[in-house]
Design a protein around this ligand. Structure first.
Ligand code: NAD
Ligand code: TDX
Length: 341
């Protein structure tokens, strides 16, 4: 099978490319990525010489380019990870989220319609369901939970999901959608909570926790997400949506405290800063459909996963230091300059 993986130079897409290249030497993986600020070819070093792997730089929202690539490659499947993925950036500049996340998705779907496809898989997020109250631990997102978005990011991801479902129903494109909770693990860009806190704590710098740090996220190790996407791609039922999560809810403050303990750093580094506008309170996934229908089970719980992740960041300082020394440091100053004072 030939698979076009979009966004494969990013965090989850990169881990997915590693997973597919290693586990399916008979398949061909074409990694299509624009290499925005979040794309990093160094993430692909372990696979770049593999015979079943090819990298192509391009924009999923560029129709002529995407159609040209489909004409050339004639893929059997597409897995779409490419996106603008950071909520805080979507609050600063929503337009690029509409272009990449919505128009990029419809451009890929149009190419699938034109050239035919065995399977189109859309990598979505639990954020399309909005949030759950902090005081109702009994509530979880299921695939039937209504879409109810908070940020421009989640609105763009929900819009993309609706187009995927429309292309399935109207044009018969064989689609699947996965909606996963927060990921963490190797190659995570250090603008997101966990790698940001690890890299700053190691440098003994203040750790900006939004609001009171009481918001809850449901953390899943990226390898477990990749295994779920692979299972859905190969065995999931066409037209279906699958939630992905491993019941690992933690408050943000608990996550930061866990990282500080593991690194032997003091809690005095924590700074409670101005909250994110529209900040979702709690995410919690019910993965019963995925476990029941496809037999998926996560390999990591949060404690083992965060230990592995922290070890990876300690052993791969060159990977994230190169990011921090580049364009990202200017972004950090713009985003946190006022908050940290
Ligand atoms: P990321 O920001 O690390 O990577 C995104 C990748 O997409 C980058 O390599 C970037 O260069 C590429 N890209 C951006 N615009 C592009 C364009 N127009 N054309 C081609 N490539 C483009 O994101 P991530 O955290 O790896 O997330 C991947 C996907 O998973 C996203 O769709 C995101 O919504 C979804 N998701 C993420 C999480 C999470 O916790 N990170 C959880 C659930 C779902
Ligand atoms: O500096 C920070 N301080 C802080 O308190 C940052 C960057 C975040 N936070 C909080 C906000 C959230 O409650 O930590 C939590 C996690 O924040 P992010 O890492 O920005 O992730 P989140 O907003 O939850 O979204 C993530 O999960 C769902 C991904 O970025 C999305 O792409 C995915 O769809």
């Amino acid at each position: 099978m030939k698979i076009i993986v979009t966004g494969g130079a990013g965090f989850i897409g990169g881990n997915f490319v590693h997973y597919e290249v290693k586990n399916y030497p008979g398949d061909q993986i074409v990694n299509l990525d624009l290499l925005t600020y979040a794309g990093n070819l160094e993430t692909l070093k372990p696979v770049e010489d593999a015979p079943n792997y090819r990298f192509v730089r391009g924009d999923i929202a560029d129709r002529e380019f995407v159609f040209g690539l489909f004409e050339e490659e004639r893929p059997d499947a597409v897995v779409n990870f490419a996106a603008e993925s950071h909520v805080d950036r979507s609050i600063e500049d929503p337009g690029i989220f509409v272009r990449t996340n919505v128009m990029g998705t419809t451009t890929l779907l149009d190419a699938c319609k034109e050239y035919g496809i065995g399977r189109y898989h859309q990598v979505s997020t639990d954020e399309v369901y909005g949030d759950l109250p902090l005081d109702r631990k009994d509530l979880f997102f299921t695939e039937e939970t209504p879409l109810h978005t908070s940020s421009p990011y989640s609105a763009s991801k929900a819009s993309a999901d609706l187009f995927v479902q429309a292309y399935h129903r109207t044009f018969g494109i064989p689609t699947t959608i996965s909606r996963c909770s927060n990921n963490y693990g190797p190659y995570h860009f250090p603008e997101k909570l966990i790698p940001l806190m690890i890299s700053r704590a190691l440098a003994d710098r203040e750790l900006p926790v939004y609001g009171k740090g009481e918001n809850v996220r449901d953390w899943l190790h990226v390898e477990d997400h990749c295994a779920a996407v692979d299972l859905i791609l190969r065995h999931g039922k066409v037209g279906e949506i699958y939630n992905v999560g491993g019941h690992n809810e933690r408050t943000n403050l608990e996550v930061v405290q866990t990282i500080l303990r593991a690194l032997g750093k003091p809690e005095s580094l924590i700074r409670f800063v101005t909250d994110r506008p529209g900040h979702d309170l709690r995410y919690a996934i019910d993965p019963a459909k995925l476990t029941g229908e496809l037999g998926w089970k996560p390999r990591y719980d949060f404690d083992s996963g965060i230990r592995q992740t922290i070890r990876w960041y300690l052993e791969h300082e060159d990977w994230w230091q190169r990011i921090l020394s580049g364009e990202y440091s200017k972004y950090f100053d713009d985003m946190y300059g006022k908050r940290l004072g």
